[in-house]
Design a protein around this ligand. Structure first.
Ligand SMILES: N[C@@H](CCC(=O)N[C@@H](CS)C(=O)NCC(=O)O)C(=O)O
Length: 205
C-alpha cells in the first residue's frame, strides 16, 4: 500500500495519528500541494476531489477521505480499536465523530475559507458574515465540549478513539491557522487536549 499525503496537512494528520495508535506503517508519497500536484490529471485519477490523503491498495484501487482510510485500516487490523467493538460503542463513537466532523469541522472550515490566509490566495469570494457566524459556532461548540468533558475523560466516553483524533486535529488547525483558540477558561477541554497531546501518536507526521 501507499499513502499519498503531506507531512503537515491536517486531514492526512488524522490518518498519521490513527496509524501511530495502531502501529501501522505504510509507504508515504509526498504530494507537493504548493506545486499543485494534487490537481494534476494523474492525481485526479486517484481521487476525483483532487485532495489528500489517498490510500493506494496493492491492486491499484484507491480510497480517499481520511475516515474511510481509517475504517479500511481498522478492518484490516481491528486492535486496538479506534471505532469501537460492541454495537453500543460503535454507535456512540460514530455519533461523536459525526458531530465533530459535521458541526465543528464544517464551521472551522467556513472560518478558514473566509479568513485572511485563504483571502490572500484570491480563490474564494470572502463572506465576512459567514465567518462571524462560524467563529461564534466554533466558540459555542468548544464550550459544549468543555461541559461534556467535565463528565467523561474523552470525547466519546472514557476511552481514546477516532473522535478524539479528529477533535484534536480539528482544534489544533483552528487554533494555529484559523485564529480560533479555545478560551483557556475551558479547563476540561484544556485537560483533555493535554491528555491526548501526551500520547506519542499526537506528534506523528
Ligand atoms: N474530506 C476529506 C478532506 C480532504 C482535504 O480537504 N484535504 C486537504 C488537505 S488537508 C486538501 O487536499 N486540500 C486541497 C483542496 O481541497 O484543493 C478528508 O477527510 O480526507
Amino acid at each position: 500500500m501507499k499513502l499519498y499525503d503531506h507531512p503537515t496537512a491536517p486531514n492526512p494528520r488524522r490518518v498519521h495519528v490513527f496509524m501511530a495508535e495502531k502501529g501501522i506503517e505504510i509507504e508515504r508519497i509526498n504530494v507537493d500541494m504548493q506545486k499543485g500536484e494534487h490537481k494534476t490529471e494523474a492525481f485526479m485519477q486517484k481521487n476525483a476531489n483532487g485532495q489528500i490523503p489517498v490510500l493506494e491498495l496493492d491492486d491499484g484501487a484507491h480510497i480517499s477521505e481520511s475516515i474511510s482510510i481509517c475504517r479500511y485500516l481498522e478492518a484490516l487490523q481491528p486492535s486496538p480499536t479506534m471505532f469501537g467493538d460492541t454495537p453500543e460503542d460503535i454507535g456512540r463513537i460514530d455519533m461523536h465523530l459525526r458531530r465533530i466532523e459535521l458541526l465543528l469541522g464544517r464551521n472551522v472550515s467556513t472560518s478558514w475559507v473566509n479568513g485572511p490566509i485563504v483571502a490572500k490566495l484570491g480563490r474564494f469570494e470572502q463572506i465576512p458574515a459567514a465567518k462571524q457566524q462560524s467563529d461564534a459556532f466554533v466558540n459555542n461548540f468548544y464550550a459544549r465540549l468543555d461541559r461534556e468533558l467535565s463528565e467523561r475523560a474523552m470525547i466519546a466516553g472514557d476511552e481514546y478513539c477516532i473522535a478524539d483524533i479528529t477533535a484534536m486535529v480539528t482544534i489544533d488547525f483552528a487554533e494555529q491557522l484559523v485564529g480560533l483558540k479555545p478560551d483557556p477558561a475551558l479547563t476540561h477541554l484544556a485537560r483533555w487536549r493535554e491528555a491526548v497531546g501526551r500520547r506519542p501518536s499526537a506528534s506523528a507526521s
